[in-house]
Write a protein that binds this ligand. Sequence first.
Ligand code: FES
Ligand SMILES: [Fe+2]
Length: 346
Amino acid sequence: MPFLENAWYIAAWSDELAEGKLHRKLLGQDILFYRRRDGSAVALASRCPHRFAPLHYGDLVEGDRIRCRYHGLEFGPDGTCAHNPNDDGPPPPIRVRAYPLMERYQAIWIWMGDPDAAADHPLSDEFSYLDDPDRYAVCKGAMMLECDYRLAIDNLLDAAHANFLHDDSLGSEALTRAKTEVREEGEFIHADRWAPNGAPSPFLGQFLGSFTDPVDQWANSRWERASLLSVDAGATALGVDIAEGIRFRAAHLLTPQTQTSCHYFWAAARNFSLDDETLTQQIAAATDHIFTTEDKWMLEGQQAMLGDTDFWAARPKLLAGDHAAVAVRRRIDRLIEAEQAGAAAP
Ligand code: FES
Ligand SMILES: [Fe+2]
């Protein structure tokens, strides 16, 4: 299955690209990232057009250029060859692909498709909570998953697994049993759960502070093309407006690496104890631990069982609780089909 190219994907957290170079394979393409002297980020295809040396082996030189380590061709931030040290003539008329980037919400976002289509699909402002220190304290992380990115999306939209894989962390009988309202609204797909008067998950329960179990709780997820999920989850004392409650906004951002591996970037923003740096570190460690020890091995196990077989070709026997994940999969399928049909059109 091809990837959806006309979409903003997260390439890195901003602080992963400090100085120097960063090499990542995204959507099957090797990409070199670096910063210009003015701090703005650059993304270039990392295969030298001369004899295919990795440009990420190269050196950053004067003029915000990357110099290939093999024969010294230099490429500027726009991808054009700006210097050939091997003869005295003008630089050869060759170039590497330069990808549109933007830096927002503490992340570097890359557009992998037709540059002219980028303006038609602006990144929503949903993730502004990642850059709103007056209202939210944020921790974040990233990891590789050896699975198709869509298995990870399925997982993140699937409440039913929480009581099994996450029974002593995110599991909550009340939330799992709550009905999921799935809504397709334009470009977005929502999956909302509201669970009044129930026990919170062990993870949420440790932050209740001034109120106690049982609680009213919610977990609302929103999908945005192609693989960006935002979750709003929290709890209040019974019958109290949710604005009074403890609230987590979580970003789960996936970027395919290959057909069977993906980059997973996560961030958790909380609306309480904003200055408690120790708490921020504890939440970061707990979140990483939950995903690493409870989800990752299962996702990779699923991929091992599927091998190269397409998800639909393997004929999954779906349950009612799969509604949201299936709606998102169908939408991604349709977007990819439309993109491929457009690419094939004269
Ligand atoms: S392979 Fe890059 S300059 Fe020759
Ligand atoms: Fe999970």
